[in-house]
Design a protein around this ligand. Sequence first.
Ligand code: MCA
Ligand code: AMP
Length: 496
Amino acid sequence: MTASPAPHWSAHLPPGVEADLGSGGTLPGAWTARWASEPGAQVIATTAGRIVTAAELEQLTAAAAGRYAAAGLAPGDRIIMSAGPSVELVVAYLAALRYGLTVVPANTAYTAVELANLAADAHPVLAVLDDPGRAPDLPVTTPDLAGLPRPQATPLDRVESADPALIVYTSGTTGRPKGAVLSHANLLASAHAVRLAWRWTPEDRLALALPLFHIHGLGVGLHGTLVAGASLLLVPRFEPAAIATAVEDGATMFFGVPTMYHRLATSPHLDGLRPLRLAVSGSAPLPAELHDAVRERTGQRILERYGMTETVMLVSNPYDGPRRPGTVGLPLPGVSVRLAPGEGGVSEIEVTGPNVFGGYLDRPAATAEAFTADGWFRTGDLGVLDDDGYLLIKGRAKELIITGGYNVYPREVEETLRLHPAVGDVAVAGVPSTEWGETVVAYVVPADAVDTATLEDDLTQWCAGLLAPYKRPRVWRWIDMVPRNALGKVLRHELP
Ligand code: MCA
Ligand code: AMP
């Protein structure tokens, strides 16, 4: 067993600073303390010019919590949130946590079928959706909560640090989705860790163009901003030009997935990154060539970090000190990383820390499998440590495709395609793509001799009704047989 040599946390901390990763007790505890100390501080700005101060955010979230109470929701209830970034969505989200609800974020690209699968597992009492038609079987409201009764006075900020804040669904590999339950303590520890490591201060303004239904946008971008007492500029849709404008308007930080950096680097707006204090990349591997190209052309040294839904943020290149392209850096404050015994120097990354979740909702077997006997979380990622303790991610033990920062589980796509009568057998895999990191490819054995052009159209239609666009195969290959081992497991590396 190789453990990342201690003490690496100090590499992330300014001299003399001790990390108190529980400061504030809960997410609302940390945020409201900031709001009370600087009521006039700007917290949210929109590209349309709207400004929300700390005092306004306190009032807006209290009123929104009052609507949940008036609608008969009780602390501990679960609500689905699936909407594009807006002040209303942020207010509805923060209010839910202040009131003690557990939020289940869902991709806005999910079809009604995917949303229904998630609801069947999480049993939400309400869904907050841009398009209420997406959840015909649930009580729904839009992010402004206009569908709920007028607010009633209600106690706020009574949650405890061990209470669940988020249930984030990560996988459809076993047919049923798995919800990772993250407590206030887990999310708070990670927000403080990145606040300290990335020197996030109240003077910072984050250009936030990430979706607010994944940990990257929500748990790092939004939570980090609020814990730091900083502000964010909500960019409703990622476009290179919009990021350049956000920087002109005073953004000091930008967080993106590698696809976003690729698009910036191939646009006329890359220079817009130059004035940023910090540009962070995560959710998928950032090619070292892309890191180098951005540095050469703008001077910006993108800081790559590594995290997961179940663990929030784990490892980061240092703010002060060498940022090594092709590595994800050193364990963040509070996090310990080790490599399981493996062959050839590459083995599974295991982690522990206050940021690591307690388990999957109602899935004792999956939870037990996710942890080692001595309680470390198995990431399913493969890595090596360099001589200075920097972690390099060398692949995945889990079957997962990451396209544009979104996760696609080959099994879910295969099971969807197998239901089509013209499909005899099928395997799905990711192939390298410069823009997306990986692209989803389906290898289909037709059930009968058919015209493959017609079959491609039929299967494309089929997927459109059942799968979010990013999960749908972009390339179709017609094969005679799916390579499998003696146990029937698909040998993806043997696919043509
Ligand atoms: C959109 N499309 C995609 C993707 N996004 N296809 C594959 N992969 C994707 N990620 C589809 C669209 O539906 C459309 O399909 C076509 O691609 C072109 O869409 P386009 O307008 O170009 O895309 P976009 O809307 O600009 O989106 C690209 C994006 C987006 C901005 C890179 O994918 C994105 O926001 N990604 C970030 C995801 C994220 O936050 N991940 C964090 C999760 P058609 O042509 O058929 O209409 S991981 C996490 O949270 C952990 C903790 C971590 O470490 O961070
Ligand atoms: P998710 O389950 O959506 O939270 O995705 C987490 C997965 O994204 C991790 O297990 C890794 O496989 C991958 N990931 C996140 N950040 C990085 C990174 N910087 N480099 C490589 N893979 C990453």
